[in-house]
Each structure stands twice: as C-alpha cells, then as structure tokens.
Ligand binder design. Structure first.
Ligand SMILES: [Zn+2]
Length: 246
C-alpha cells in the first residue's frame, strides 16, 4: 500500500503485523539522450509496485533527491540534480526517527544509483545508512534513557543480534541490484542493462531514437530490449522478495 493513502487503522494494522515499510531511494541524473533523468528511482518504484501486488508492503513516497554527483555530466541543461550527502544526513535522520516514533520496526530502504559496490558504499546510500544508525541511537535513548544498552534487560543482546532481532535491524538498506542479480544481468549507467530494465518497467521513460553514440556509457543501449529487461526485472524481484521477507 502507498503510505500516503493509508488510514490510521491500516497503519496500526501494518505496525502490528510488522509489514515491511519501504523507502524507494534514488536520484535525478543524466542518463544519456535516450532515457529520463528519474531512471534510478523509477526502477525502484517500478519493482516495488509489482511486489506490492503480491505481498503486504507499505511503500513510502519515493525520495528522488540523492547525491547524483556530476561525475557523468555537469548539470547545465542536462537535468542532473545533485544534493550533497552532508545535506541528506539530517533530513534522513529526522525521517527515520519519525518512522520509529510512528511505531514501524521493519523499515527498508531500496536504492539504485552507484550501488555496484554496495558493501563499500557511495554518498547517497552511506548518508542514509549513517542517518539510520543515528536515528536508532537517538530513538533508543529517548525511549529507554542513557545506559539502555548496559541495562540488565539487554543481557541477551548478542543472542538477539544473531537471531536478527536487535534494534539495529529496524532499518535496513538494500541495493536494487544485488551481486547475485549482477551475476546474470549487466550493471551499467544508461547502457543495455538500465535501458532494458526501464523499457520493461516504464517504457515511456525511454526513446531509443534519441540514443547518442557520443557517450561511451550509453553505447551498449543499442542492444537494449524489453525481453532483456523482463529477465532483469525477474532477477531483481526474486532478490528483493527475500530481502523483504516475502
Ligand atoms: Zn542509473
């Protein structure tokens, strides 16, 4: 369900049943002449819309304003909109803290942008990861007071942690394309992989007649196809289904 459409009784039911609450996270960035600037975020929302039809989910309004960077193209007349990661941290921390206050304990962020080496991290996902950790510390201190971790009630902390039940699991961040997905599908920027995926999820965001050979990263988009995209979509769906516990 889309969070903004939910009634309070539905929100309470989702909290009690621990439905995954998912923030689609991405950027607005130049993706060559043939694809829309929202590609990264649209890929996440397109996949979540499909999952929403088969499992219980709360989908938060997507956040498009990540740190795109100007590595691909300067912003002037290209459409890339970059917001510094330092600016994202306080926003994301406040947002996560607010979600914890509402009562959600099964929060997920799904991000697509510079996520090919997700374990090391890049500014957008690191900002949200850092903010999530800070929000959880702030929330626990507010609810339980300082010294909450050292309290006798926490004596089973390490056991809880291994069972996946500790507070630091309340917010998890996933790449849209995991290493397993990337094994069977090309990870690229505006190339065959992303273009095919967009053709399968949001065909109106692609116009291959506009493809420019000037940009090296976009050249492989010539091989893009809906069939390829549908295969990628299915890989992503199965990985995300298990990440969200469906
Ligand atoms: Zn992209």
């Amino acid at each position: 369900m889309r969070y903004e459409m939910m009634l309070p009784h539905q929100i309470r039911a989702a909290i009690d049943a621990r439905w995954p609450v998912v923030l689609p996270l991405g950027v607005l960035e130049y993706h060559g002449e043939h694809m829309s600037v929202g590609m990264d975020t649209l890929a996440v929302t397109g996949i979540l819309d499909i999952l929403d039809r088969e499992m219980n989910l709360v989908i938060l309004p997507p956040f498009y304003y990540g740190a795109a960077s100007y590595a691909v193209e300067p912003p002037e007349r290209s459409g890339t909109l970059h917001v510094n990661a330092e600016t994202l941290v306080p926003f994301a921390k406040a947002m996560f803290h607010g979600l914890l206050r509402i009562g959600f304990r099964n929060i997920h962020v799904v991000v697509h942008h510079q996520t090919e080496n997700f374990l090391a991290g890049m500014p957008t996902d690191l900002a949200f990861k850092f903010a999530a950790r800070q929000a959880i510390f702030a929330f626990l201190e507010r609810e339980r007071g300082e010294g909450w971790w050292g309290n006798e009630k926490m004596a089973d902390y390490y056991a809880q942690q291994s069972s996946g039940d500790d507070p630091f699991n309340w917010i998890k961040i996933h790449p849209l394309m995991t290493p397993e997905v990337m094994d069977g599908y090309p990870f690229d920027h505006a190339g065959e992989g992303e273009t095919s995926l967009m053709m399968a999820l949001s065909p109106e965001a692609v116009d291959l007649s506009r493809l420019s050979e000037d940009k090296w990263f976009a050249r492989s988009a010539r091989q893009a196809s809906v069939e390829r995209g549908l295969k990628g979509r299915d890989h992503v769906l199965s990985a995300l289904r298990s990440a969200l516990g469906g």
